[in-house]
Write a protein that binds this ligand. Sequence first.
Ligand SMILES: [Zn+2]
Length: 458
Amino acid sequence: MTWLQRFAVGCAVLGIAPLATGQENPRALAREIYSDLVGIQSTASHGGSAEIAKYAARRLVEAGFSEQDVQVVGPNPAAVGVLARFRGRGEREPVLVLAHLDVVEALPEHWSTPPFELVEKDGFFYGRGTADNKAGAAALLANFIRLKREGFEPSRDFILMLTGDEETDMNSAAYFANEKRDLIDAAFAFNTDGGMVESSNGKPLAFVVQAAEKVYLTMRLEVTNSGGHSSRPRADNAIYELAEALLRLRAHQFPVSLNDATRNYFDQAAQFYEPEMAAAMRALAEGRASETDIARLDSSVQLRTLMRTTCVATQLEAGHAENALPQMAAATVNCRILPQESPDEIVATVRRVLANDAVRVTVPYAAIASPPTPLTPDAMAPVRKIAAEVFPGVPVFAEMGAGATDALYLRNVGIRTYGVSGLAEETDDIRHHGRDERVRVEAFYDCVEFWYRLLRAL
Ligand SMILES: [Zn+2]
């Protein structure tokens, strides 16, 4: 089941349709925008999003959006984003759609095509960001432009949020969420950088909606000691005390807990696992898992991390000379907390598990809470309907991401956010952040079509 083991991948994208009703072929429009976006090097080392944000805003204004409805704003010039409003009849609360414009660095000498150029080859589009996340950005932009040109009047406003530094600091998303909260207020949000249409050899297998992300928390554990000469060892020793505490942490299992996203995942993804594991997954989703079921689920790293908070030692430093007793020993512990749990309580649990007051536990920077998004019909019903049209027969289900996206900041300020990409990606060949990043040509156009239909359905 390797195609499901891509749990750690956090990003996604979009697509368009066969023929057009607009003034030009929508496939050609989407491809032109996709090509332009990939062609602008929006890496941190190259001025970040400054140029690409201006490009996106210019395309929207040229398509007929008023200048007041298209803002290029951000916390700093390299992390500017675009905030655009497609005005509707105001019959319902707005819907927010988002993508990020920046990309991870790419070294041309490691690539078989020029990374900052959209190259079509062997049925794929190659280029940095083709998957993460410029297909999504292109699909949203192209469809905003197409719908505007078609004179479409939605029943509600659509808000487009293109962020500038998702791959590095996420200051852009934090800025929009905290400083422009009134302008992005929406019933819910769809993030093209989350979720995925999981595919194998071009065949879509599952339409996955990202409805939660684990919360990231780092702790420092430190033991200090008066030290001394190594020829005169004593019972108290900073390294041994720290090591013993870490072994107690290793032995600790955080409790099993589900949220809407993971409950849905265990139930629906079960069909892709072997019978015994599938039975255990369904039993867990239905709240009747036995100890044997839990042990079976725990044997899979992927499934264990979906049902438990984890904390693991990642770094060590200790001692100052080979012939001296250590005056200090410290460890870094990185936790990935289930989003329905309290980070403060996890810190308290770790202190209790270490069982030694001499081990000082500190949290260098606060965790950012990211409450799980409930799978409510207002958002999920249109996604299911359009997914069934564009990807017939493919099951739709939720997942929880292990890494953070811009959705973190939206969830943090109370906007329900669904990671919906509409982009089919080969789950055993994910190249996000890597070399020769690519997307199937037809997957891109399907993604554009998916967003066209979804926006109309909303
Ligand atoms: Zn991304």
